[in-house]
Ligand binder design. Structure first.
Ligand SMILES: Cc1ncc(COP(=O)(O)O)c(C=O)c1O
Length: 380
């Protein structure tokens, strides 16, 4: 027998409360019973997003909400600044291209943060830019971007909005939508929200809804105005993923009960312990300057294929971590501490990482990583 532990940055483990809810007989969505559940989800999503605005719930993976955040906000021929420093920044650009939006790329080295001043300069130079599309937590590199300061810049522009992919950030890292003045925040269910993939979310400011009114790009399934109209009745435009809505009611209750500040602190602690352990094992972080508290990206040592570490962790120890994507494949591996994650998960990951590295012939002092993590946990 071998237990498996899911330590990937999405999907993430699902707690028993949500699994049990999904095991219940399905209910019909056009009923008062469903409306009551959905309205509770609606209110708790506002708490999670730290907003007074409605949060749209869509039945799709996170990319659906990203696509909707292009098609509902922009019009043919519009120009958008896209921060591209990883796989998911690239995705914004790909979606924009699909709808003939002119992309002004802001290329960032993979593994580095983005300097908000560069965004300010680009917007100054090109007043026609209608939107800034960025990622908050670039899952492919384990970097967190300075969204708070980017928002301060975009807010000053009356004709420009900030659209944030917080798919792997919301519920793990502070993302106070209203306080920071974020115009659009999109999220997905399979990360810190602790349920399986299949729900996506979008929260829009009044300024962003103004853009929706003027948008002429084609849209059908992901029609934000139609969804908002239905949401106000406790409904969705089309058949929702009922089982996932029932499940997220449970995890949103868990989030509410634990409290956002405690949740951010838990992620921060697990991330710091993981980073300290990785360094004590003798490995290097991909993003030492702006590391994410949701996922830690680690460079494989010279001459070692990172996929070998991923394979060893899974094959021998049942630890499912993620490899690198695109040109980082084989160069890095990623350990998540995201969502339903606690101290025992982090210790398991570190112990198995030490053993895997040792078995691959790396000069590891067994216990060094565990000790480094223990010191973090004891100090805080
Ligand atoms: C930051 C980020 N953006 C976008 C996505 C895409 O979401 P999905 O795979 O749910 O469509 C992911 C998922 O891995 C992500 O981590």
């Amino acid at each position: 027998m071998k237990k498996k532990l899911l330590l990937s940055p999405g999907p993430t483990p699902v707690p028993p409360q949500a699994l049990l809810a999904m095991a219940q007989p399905i209910i019909h969505h056009r009923t008062p019973e469903y409306v009551e559940i959905f309205n509770e989800v609606r209110e708790k999503l506002k708490y999670l997003f730290q907003t007074k605005n409605e949060v749209l719930t869509l039945s799709s993976s996170g990319t659906g909400a990203m696509e909707g955040a292009v098609t509902n906000l922009l019009s043919k021929g519009d120009k958008a600044l896209v921060v591209i420093g990883g796989k998911f920044g690239e995705r914004w650009a790909e979606i924009c291209h699909s709808y003939d939006i002119e992309v002004v790329p802001l290329e960032v080295e993979w593994g580095m943060g983005v300097d908000p001043n560069l965004i300010a300069e680009t917007l100054e130079k090109d007043p026609e830019i209608k939107a800034v599309y960025t990622t908050m937590n670039e899952t492919s590199t384990g970097v967190v971007y300075d969204i708070e300061n980017i928002a301060k810049i975009v807010q000053k522009k009356e004709n420009c909005i900030l659209v944030v992919d917080a798919i792997s950030a919301i519920g793990a890292l502070p993302c106070p939508t209203d306080e920071w003045g974020l115009d659009v925040v999109v999220a997905g269910s399979q990360k810190a929200l602790m349920i399986p993939p299949g729900l996506a979310f979008a929260c829009l400011s009044d300024k962003a809804w103004g853009f929706v009114e003027k948008s002429t790009l084609p849209k059908y399934y992901f029609d934000f105005k139609k969804e908002r109209k239905n949401l106000l009745k406790g409904q969705t435009a089309y058949t929702p993923a009922v089982s996932l809505v029932v499940a997220i009611k449970e995890t949103l209750t868990m989030i509410h009960d634990e409290g956002l500040e405690n949740i951010f602190h838990r992620h921060d602690r697990l991330a710091r312990a993981t980073r300290a352990a990785v360094k004590a094992i003798g490995l290097e972080l991909l993003a030492p300057q702006s590391p994410s508290n949701a996922v830690t990206a680690v460079k494989a040592p010279e001459g070692v294929d990172a996929q070998e570490i991923v394979k060893k962790m899974k094959g021998k120890y049942g630890m499912i971590i993620a490899g690198g994507q695109a040109h980082l494949k084989g160069k890095i591996f990623r350990i998540a501490h995201l969502g339903y994650a606690d101290l025992s998960d982090t210790f398991s990951a570190i112990a198995c990482l030490e053993m895997s590295c040792k078995e691959l012939g790396l000069p590891v002092t067994l216990g060094a990583g565990i000790r480094a993590a223990e010191e973090i946990f004891l100090a805080d």
